[in-house]
Design a protein around this ligand. Sequence first.
Ligand code: GTP
Ligand code: MG
Length: 306
Amino acid sequence: MSAKPFRSGTIALLGRPNVGKSTLLNHIVGAKVAIVTPKPQTTRHRILGIRTDAHHQLVFVDTPGIHQSSQQMNRNMVRVAFAAAAEADVLAIMQDVSKPLDAGTRQLIERLAEDARHKPRVHVLNKIDQVRREALLPRLALTQQIDPEARGYVPISARKGQQVDELLTLLADCLPESPPLYDPEWFTDQSQRQLAAEYVREQVFMAMQQEVPFQTAVEIERFTEHVPQGDTPALLEIDAAILVGSERHKPMLIGKAGANLKRIGTVARHGLERLLGCRVHLNLWVKVEPEWYNRPGQLRELGLGD
Ligand SMILES: Nc1nc2c(ncn2[C@@H]2O[C@H](COP(=O)(O)OP(=O)(O)OP(=O)(O)O)[C@@H](O)[C@H]2O)c(=O)[nH]1
Ligand SMILES: [Mg+2]
């Protein structure tokens, strides 16, 4: 009897904004490596989440939600998602079953099925905790009708972890035979610095309404690590600037007597302390950079270039 071959490869998590891609990634790796908010267009970068067991290494690539926009940053985000699809071994195409399958979702499935016709594709029907079982069958049938050649159609709840193991088994079977692509101890490619910027941005998204969150970014200006010494535990000192695209947004973000900024800082700090297992000092300030989201040089500096 021959030994079971090791399988390893990349799986792009793709879909419209807000369908639950980052929630699924976090559930799979067991840590919050990608920020999650109820607002669309939360993810702006490609984020790796790696899961290794005795026979497989699944390298998930979380991507920005695919949408239409005239803004340069958003166009770059969509390019990142399609590039991840083009490079991946397997496509996990996600949709939100708590909403009707709209024209945008249909067009996206059709495009990915055509572009990646020779690659294994798995459709992930997320948020089943929000719908009745009977409603799922027609949705599965419709997805199958749009992309009949896919390797599978799996209803899940990323938030509750329902049927995620079944999804993982199916995805693992789609991977090529290969030794692990990454160190089996790794679970993400995000640096502590990137995670710090993202955790702050998550709280900006949670605290702000209308266009403000979509026109903000976070820049880490200082990141100093103090190693533990004697009775003094490890400490991270982080200075971060929150960029806003117009003068008008600055007082909104700061809030009355600095209340908003304080809340953003406190919640982000707690999250980082939990994730990194050390004390964090986080200093935030707001910087105005007019229309930074349309300026290629500024976008490149923020890692959001094309
Ligand atoms: N009820 C329910 N909500 C979910 C589930 N999965 C994700 N959500 C919620 O859906 C919202 C969006 O989740 P995200 O994981 O940020 O979605 P995304 O696809 O990464 O979104 P973008 O990064 O904007 O493309 C959040 O409020 C999640 O808590 C699920 O299985 N059930
Ligand atoms: Mg996301």
